[in-house]
Design a protein around this ligand. Sequence first.
Ligand SMILES: [Zn+2]
Ligand SMILES: [Zn+2]
Length: 424
Amino acid sequence: MSEHSHHGHSHRWVLCPHCDMTIKLPGLTPGTRAICPRCETTISTAWHEPLRRPMAYAFSALVMLALANVFPFISISVMGMTNQISLLQIPQAMVDDRYRFLATIFLLFVQIIPATCLVAILLLTLNKRLSPILSIPLAKGLFYLKNWGMAEIFLAGVLISFVKLMAYGKIGLEMGFWPWCLFCLCQLRAFQCLERHVIWQRISSVPPLPITPTAGISGLAQNLRSCPCCTAIVLADNPVCPRCHQRGYARKPQSLQWTLSLLVTSVILYIPANIMPIMVTDALGSASGSNIMAGVIFLWNEGSWPIAMIIFIASILVPSMKILAIGWLSWNAGGYGARDNHRMQVVYEIVEFVGRWSMVDVFVIAVLSALVRMGSLMNVYPAEGALLFCLVVILTMFSAQAFDPRLLWDRESIKKHEEESIEQ
Ligand SMILES: [Zn+2]
Ligand SMILES: [Zn+2]
């Protein structure tokens, strides 16, 4: 592979995406990874076959996704009545119940976004290079969208629905379920071994450094910034990246204002999302709605403690802790608080990682409302609370995305600078 240089001069300069530290990376031997000396974020992983590996996983994932959609997915039998559904019948049921928004979100996050990203990986790693007119928007889209895929969260939702339904009937895993499990695994691996700089290096080589950087200090201190999209280092006041043409700034503009306004909006929606029913259960003609907490209490009393705990953690604890954590990070980045940067970095990484998992309850409702259609016996429908809850999760994800973690570390640079000037 010609792209993968094994020569001694293969060092490259990077700015840590989390703390803005300037690092001179040596040429890594395949199988090793580089960690930021200041914040311990993984900067780069050197994979064996860094192009063929994501290509193989992306291809397998797409095949599995197709198989999962062709065959029936799951079924339930209650008192001699059997209802079998395919994956595409899940959003269909929500459209029929006038929950078009939930159906769209479901299709987008669970199927369309992962599939689009996988096709993009495949096209970008093909032996024949695409023209930059195609590959630049493709790579930009890929790296923007890849955090919004939720296939594995949906799988967790399916498993939770099974446990919820076990008391009522017999659950059947159909032919489409197993390819879906493999699809989740392959797409996770494809994203994991996809290295941003390898993909961009293949599209066009990194632009020459505007100045010779100094390692060990922040990029901002030497008027440099890293392109958020392709990681090229450019002058801090250069608004457009010469390689990927992405607009960018040394720090996200009005980061704290955006973070907090999205956060406040999600808090306002979070209150009714917890009070209003998230789904309606219609059993033998009598309908009853239940909100998140009522669902948890019901499961707990039924004896399904593990599932009650999972739902409680994913739907109540995680969103409220996440809201508090983002608020606390913004408070610290704004210059208040104790400024323990390592602890805050850990909090930021947890917030970034777990945020998406709150969507699991929305997926449980989606599965239940599509699967439990037993005519006069029992039916489950989504309710307004699910819509609000889904919005809360999306808003907190945007809020975390608007937060610029480098602001936390900038405080340290300023503090150090102040101390140094006092010593002099
Ligand atoms: Zn760092
Ligand atoms: Zn760029």
